[in-house]
Write a protein that binds this ligand. Structure first.
Ligand code: NAP
Length: 290
């Protein structure tokens, strides 16, 4: 058997096209486009590139650019004031504080001050609590992207054995919660897990979100499993995932490549979250229903 390769670029392109169409419909009805406020503090080159890519993606689907840029020496109070201003600005549907923020600022506290209705990264404690309780709310983009890939390739989740390697607040934990919500039987592995290969090998759906190049090899993979590689590791040979693609592809049923798998999904789901946020705000008491 050799695995079907999941085409993340194609799925992301479809999501973006759907969002573009729905943004146009919403903009026509509301007379105003949804807006995303990306907040960049300082001039870290990598962060600047990430933010530029997000703003470009917004422009392509008709989401209004409400970007804010603060200097490296901005104080906690100054950044908090900008977030507060965005919280109250009806033109801003979603707020994204680019992390990490410069040393001396408390990024977690700043992120936590974003109102949950505009938390398009899904990283505030309230959004995390809503996800844990299974109540409506905005979910983190990369885990949402993983689910979108699985759904696009009709991978059954109900009753499936799902193993998530990694327990970060950004990926592993919210992804496990989303899979649980879809009635998968979920196991979460981490650096202290004993016999990782044995635990992974029972998975129908195996997701690696670790940050260690090629940690997952053929012995971790059950024959026919769906293998999703969230890892993005810069190595001397180039970008590498957490999964050894050559070793696992012959055993897997479906597998994501790196690049071109999960990576393109994150921004696509950010766009969708911004649209969802705009709709949630439009339906809030006191606003006209759209
Ligand atoms: P993270 O916060 O560093 O978390 C890594 C997790 O892996 C931790 O829970 C850690 O366990 C676990 N781990 C470390 N060594 C392990 C081992 N030997 N066996 C099993 N588990 C182990 O990383 P992250 O933010 O979740 O990111 C993970 C990867 O995904 C990175 O490569 C990152 O670049 C990538 N990523 C990609 C996207 C995308 O858009 N494609 C988005 C986000 C992240 P402990 O908790 O015990 O330390």
């Amino acid at each position: 058997m050799s695995a079907t390769i999941i085409d993340g670029r194609a799925v992301a392109a479809r999501v973006r096209a759907d969002v573009r169409r729905e943004v146009a419909e919403l903009t026509e009805r509301a007379d105003e486009a949804p807006g995303l406020a990306t907040i960049l503090v300082g001039d870290d080159p990598a962060s600047a590139i990430y933010v530029a890519n997000k703003r470009k993606a917004c422009a392509e689907v008709g989401i209004a650019d409400q970007h804010r840029h603060l200097p490296t020496d901005a104080t906690q109070d100054e950044v908090a004031a900008v977030i507060d201003e965005c919280n109250g600005d009806p033109r801003v549907s979603g707020i994204l504080l680019q992390l990490p923020v410069p040393a001396g600022l408390d990024g977690a506290a700043l992120t936590g001050s974003i109102v949950p209705e505009k938390d398009v990264d899904g990283l505030t404690p309230i959004s995390a609590g809503r996800l844990a309780q299974g109540t409506p709310g905005l979910r983190p983009c990369t885990p949402l992207g993983v689910l979108e890939l699985l759904d696009s390739y009709d991978v059954p989740l109900e009753g499936a054995e799902a193993v998530v390697v990694g327990r970060s607040d950004l990926v592993g934990k919210p992804l496990a919660a989303l899979l649980l919500q879809r009635s998968a039987t979920v196991t979460i592995c981490h650096s202290r897990t004993r016999d990782l290969a044995r635990v992974c090998a029972r998975a129908d759906v195996l997701v690696a979100a670790v940050g260690l190049p090629r940690l997952i090899t053929g012995e971790h993979v059950k024959s026919g499993a769906a293998v999703i590689d969230v890892g993005m590791n810069r190595t001397p040979e180039g970008l590498s995932g957490d999964v050894d693609f050559e070793d696992t592809a012959p055993r897997a049923g479906l597998i994501t490549p790196v690049p071109g798998g999960v990576g393109p999904m994150t921004i696509a789901m950010l766009l969708r979250n911004t649209l969802t946020a705009a709709r949630m705000q439009a339906l809030a008491p006191g606003r006209s229903s759209l």
